[in-house]
Write a new protein. Structure first.
Length: 331
């Protein structure tokens, strides 16, 4: 099986792009869920495609479908001289650290985790700030004074989303009830729409009328449950408002697309910069989405209040607690 995976990856990468013959050879490795997950990975794909459209430069890509492929795919790309190699997702951090040490002349960009090496640029986001805003909007919209959250894999990063959401909802009213569930403790939790729908229905039965899903592909089940139950849902990472117009209250957008496009551009221009980039509201790395698909769901007063909160966070008047700082949701 290992031999088959190795051969398959070798063939796949070899066919990925004619960029192998070019002087600049950027690449991206998508995490499990795939580049069309309508969420985190797809945001990265959108950024890569924007770079290609603007420059005409193709890029290599690979979609991880099982854990065994992580190291093999990254190793093949490094061996073939691709640089930068963008690794999408925190689960790729150990592999980036290992391969980056073996190939010090290859540049790596890690999205959603940190590796401290001179040839690694780590891009992380202040998800708690964006989640605060959508939590506040959820509380403003709720008629039951009960909102809810569904995470994918139970990890600190998703707890960070949940904590910001809770804080935002309770900022509007300390009496707001916030129900929280995680889908699972393994990577399969990112792609379990059936479980997501079950959790959402249970939360609705407990009184929630707005649910925020930070669960990758599992979110599709959550959103469909909101449609079926005539409740509201909040999308994540990409702007998912279009998925179910009239149901999607907003989306907590992480500008992974911008991070990927900028990383490719920086590499092209010889401006690769190692170290940590932390992108929040001030840096326009996170946001809440307003467009034609949710315009009728958000009153002018709601929008004004959320925008005021956004500015207060940027100005430092509101401090949103970062779960990572204490490993707890105490604010």
């Amino acid at each position: 099986m290992k031999l088959f995976n190795s051969l398959a990856i070798g063939v796949a990468i070899g066919m990925m792009s004619t960029a192998a013959a070019a002087a600049y050879k950027p690449s991206v490795i998508f995490d499990m869920g795939g580049k069309f997950d309508k969420s985190f990975n797809q945001a990265a794909y959108t950024g890569a495609e924007a770079f290609k459209a603007e420059t005409g430069i193709k890029y290599a890509e690979f979609e991880i479908t099982n854990e065994a492929q992580r190291e093999q795919a990254m190793l093949r790309m490094a061996q073939r001289g691709y640089s930068p190699i963008i690794a999408v997702g925190f689960q790729q951090a150990p592999i980036v650290e290992k391969i980056a040490k073996q190939f010090p002349k290859v540049n790596f960009v890690l999205i959603d985790a940190v590796v401290d090496l001179p040839n690694v640029s780590s891009v992380v986001f202040k998800e708690h700030e964006g989640s605060f805003l959508v939590g506040a909007l959820a509380a403003l919209k709720s008629e039951t004074n009960t909102v809810s959250f569904i995470g994918g894999m139970d990890i600190p990063l998703i707890r960070k989303f949940a904590c910001g959401y809770e804080q935002g909802a309770k900022y509007i009213s300390k009496d707001t009830k916030v129900i929280q569930n995680m889908t699972g403790s393994t990577p399969s939790a990112w792609n379990n729409p059936t479980k997501g729908a079950e959790l959402a229905k249970s939360q609705f039965d407990q009184g929630s009328d707005v649910v925020f899903a930070a669960a990758g592909g599992t979110g599709s089940g959550v959103y469909q449950a909101a449609v079926d139950s005539k409740k509201f849902a909040i999308g994540v990472d990409s702007n998912q408002n279009y998925i179910h117009p009239g149901v999607m209250l907003t989306s907590m957008v992480k500008r992974v697309d911008v991070a990927v496009k900028d990383a490719f551009m920086d590499g092209k221009e010889g401006k690769f910069t190692p170290g940590i980039q932390a992108l929040g509201l001030k840096e326009q790395g996170v946001a809440w989405a307003m467009d034609e698909y949710n315009r009728d769901l958000v009153s002018a007063d709601m929008e004004q209040k959320v925008e005021a909160l956004r500015q207060d966070i940027i100005d430092g008047k509101i401090k949103v607690h970062d779960y990572f700082s204490t490993s707890s949701c105490v604010y």
